[in-house]
Ligand binder design. Structure first.
Ligand SMILES: [Zn+2]
Ligand SMILES: [Zn+2]
Length: 175
């Protein structure tokens, strides 16, 4: 269940794929800030998101562009290997600054992620993150990734002042 490597094109050179695989293992711990809004997870609350079906960041040995016009792919060449950082999501999500942050994260050996506000997993009442970022891969503090399924009930939000609040025990140690 690893969407990052499912995305790698089959025709690419084995060595290049191995490079990407290696880098992915080396770059696993999350960076400090959301790659999109620049806030820390403490500031935003909720979970760090590594990817969603239409939003994400990964490595590829080949250039990728186009895709879904509402959430196109964009490739940034990282070195001469060739190695690309590929981002996907709405055009307004991937500003030049956000792309700069993503590249900077990887150059420092940290994994780029986005928050639930930037990943649109928020409460419709108050705008705070909801307890479960459904349909997202969650990036934990230790670098592990788990998938959050879509559930058929309202998970509630993390804001104690909101009528939609539910205490899920989503405290720091669970991130
Ligand atoms: Zn954000
Ligand atoms: Zn709320």
């Amino acid at each position: 269940m690893n969407q990052f490597f499912d995305e790698l094109p089959a025709q690419s050179d084995i060595e290049q794929e191995e490079t990407c695989r290696l880098i992915k293992h080396l770059v696993s711990l999350p960076d400090e800030q959301c790659v999109i809004c620049g806030k820390t997870i403490e500031e935003v609350g909720g979970q760090r998101i590594a990817s969603q079906p239409r939003r994400g960041i990964w490595f590829s040995p080949t250039y990728k562009g186009g895709g879904n016009p509402a959430a196109p792919h964009k490739s940034i060449k990282l070195n001469e290997a060739p190695l690309y950082l590929v981002v996907c999501g709405e055009k307004e999500m991937w500003t030049d600054l956000a792309i700069e942050r993503a590249v900077s994260s990887y150059r420092r050996g940290r994994r780029a992620w986005f928050c639930q506000v930037c990943g649109h997993r928020t409460c419709s009442t108050c705008g705070a993150p909801i307890n479960l970022p459904m349909g997202s891969e969650i990036l934990h503090t230790n670098g592990s990734i788990t998938y959050c399924n879509i559930i058929p009930f309202n998970p509630g939000c993390i804001n104690p002042a909101c009528k939609n609040y539910k205490d899920f025990g989503n405290h720091d140690e669970n991130r």
